[in-house]
Design a protein around this ligand. Sequence first.
Ligand SMILES: Cc1cc2nc3c(=O)[nH]c(=O)nc-3n(C[C@H](O)[C@H](O)[C@H](O)COP(=O)(O)OP(=O)(O)OC[C@H]3O[C@@H](n4cnc5c(N)ncnc54)[C@H](O)[C@@H]3O)c2cc1C
Length: 134
Amino acid sequence: MAFGNDHPHLRWVALDSSKRPNPASPVVVLHSSATFATTHLEVQDLQPVGERLLNLAATPLGQWLARPAWIQVHRWRYGLVNQPLQRPTLSSPTIPNLLACGDWCGGNGVDAAISSGQAAAAQIGQWLKSRPRG
Ligand SMILES: Cc1cc2nc3c(=O)[nH]c(=O)nc-3n(C[C@H](O)[C@H](O)[C@H](O)COP(=O)(O)OP(=O)(O)OC[C@H]3O[C@@H](n4cnc5c(N)ncnc54)[C@H](O)[C@@H]3O)c2cc1C
């Protein structure tokens, strides 16, 4: 996985096929920067946009990236959290058994989503233990 860091167009590039045992062929996933995605969000034909990203990645990573056997481009309109909540869950003392959790609680990726889900489960568990039985 290669991170774009401050690259204006590329957020990261990953060898997605490495997630599976015995992949038939290499599969590469490229995520553009949010600025690049916003600029191209309403473009009708996404194929040239994907080709441009591949060409941008090919320069530092290898020219074979610019010659894919197959390419698919997705819009990911609500992909990134702009302003994460600085708490693991969203809750209200008036309705303690209703909790909101997700990647927007404390971060913007799957690690934040998992931590937030675990925090929500712990809070619900606490509520179940403390509520009066009857
Ligand atoms: C293509 C792609 C690649 C990604 N790659 C990475 C990666 O490599 N690393 C990383 O850290 N993160 C990655 N992410 C981000 C990661 O998937 C998210 O951060 C994570 O899934 C967020 O988890 P979540 O539980 O907060 O939300 P989600 O996974 O979005 O779950 C929300 C759930 O709520 C359901 N829902 C929505 N509205 C309603 C409704 N009204 N009623 C009932 N159900 C509803 C949805 O169907 C969904 O099941 C990627 C995301 C995408 C799209």
